[in-house]
Design a binder for this molecule. Sequence first.
Ligand code: PFF
Length: 520
Amino acid sequence: MPQDPTSRGQWKSRVGFILAASGSAIGLGNIVFFSANAYKFGGGAFYLPYLIGLFLIGIPVMALEFGLGAMTGGAFPEAMYRVAGKKGEWAGWWAILNAGLITMWYITLLGWVMGMLFGSFGALWEPSVALPAFGMAEGAMSNPHAFFFNMLSGWWPVLFVIIIWVLNVIITRKGAESIEQAARIFVPLMWIFMFVLIVRGLTLPNGFQGVMLLFSPDFSVMKDPEVWRGAFSQIFFTLSLGFGVMTTYASYLPKNSDHTQNAYITSLLNCGFEYMAGLAVFSLLFVFAVVPQASTLAMTFFILPQGIGQLPGGNATVMLFGALFFFLLLIAGLTSSISLVEALTSALRDKFGWTRMKCLAWAAGVGVIGSIVFALPMVVDPGLNNDGTMGLTFLDIFSHWNFDYGLLLVGLVECVLVGWVMGADKVRAVLNQNSKMHIGRWFDVLIKWVIPGVLLGLLLWGGIGEIRNGLYGSSFSENYTEGFSLMRFTPIITLLIWLVGSGAVAAFLVKKGSYRNDAS
Ligand code: PFF
């Protein structure tokens, strides 16, 4: 039965909305992925592609996603349905499923963060332990590194993952109302904790030198399209674009809100936080001569903790800053994951008219299973040359498809459908109706030509690389050359699940149910 449209819920205030939207945007992406990517893609040179990505693509797509929510009053699949009919809706569901996969592994990461938080009160800082499951002797690696893999090769993370899902359900149980309450506590706390970390980082002897690393340009890397793909993927991920989240959040605002200004405020708050985090991370790493490795996971779970472990002031200081860091990650991650759980719940509710609790139960029930798969402790690579455990291996491969391709693909399809099928001027008119800032025709050109062109180019570039250099994850499957093992086909199976599996589920969802005011 179609639901009562007035029952979707509303933010209590504009501040509440900004806190919730910026809480969605600010997450693990800001605190660790950004620094790892900045380092990987040329350190100081990264800020140029990043800033170009922010102003050319990030803020316009944020305005577009807010505008779609305002215009249609629905979550992402419904919004896309209003834009381009059934094919739009299909793309909307595919986006939600891609984002759902991200939420699954993102929550697994949060489960590990929780384990590290417990560890930071003691075991994380003790002399390096042995890793029997990986055949490694005591002292073979730094302790956070050893602690992390020890934890992963056991079942504790499964429990942590379940706890994080329960927290997500509790926070989203009343939709906008309960999300706003949580955001009012967590988001200001995040800023305070980040400020403390920056002050600590910058006041270390030579702390400023690390910051120089973040800004000293090496323009030669900018010739590499890979750097641009990295910067633009980071922009999408960090701003929670291409997830369907921002459209859902904006649909809970009164129609006469200033969406354009909201888009600027949310994006700038997020990217300001991101650069502040970069200052903290780079100063800390530089002082202790710890190399921020290319992998975002290594950065989160052992490179940064290793730096924290060397802070002056004795055990108590190390514990304090370690706990502060992991608690910050946990709350920043939670305010992000709840936004996607809400986007999913809201999408189901719009389509099927079920009660909130039923939609939430479906989203969380399927989600928790996925997160547990990513936490599976079976050791598949004792040499740790690839990822170590089965869960981490899956996580690595899926996150590659979701992060490097999925979000950009959604951005591309979204812009093409709005720009070419509905007309970007329609969204612009809605945005301009109540905004103090007037958006000119340049917006239509961006949405219709520039953004799709750039995204298509980067996606094609990535795809060609994938064909030339072998599918992502092939080095992992090389471990399974003997006999017939399903694990050998992991790279192709994961690719098919992501691309074709999600497409089929999206098609199924399009066929079922109907939207209010529409007979199916
Ligand atoms: N914007 C988030 C971050 O930077 O960490 C990414 C995110 C992940 C958003 C998962 C939403 C989500 F459900």
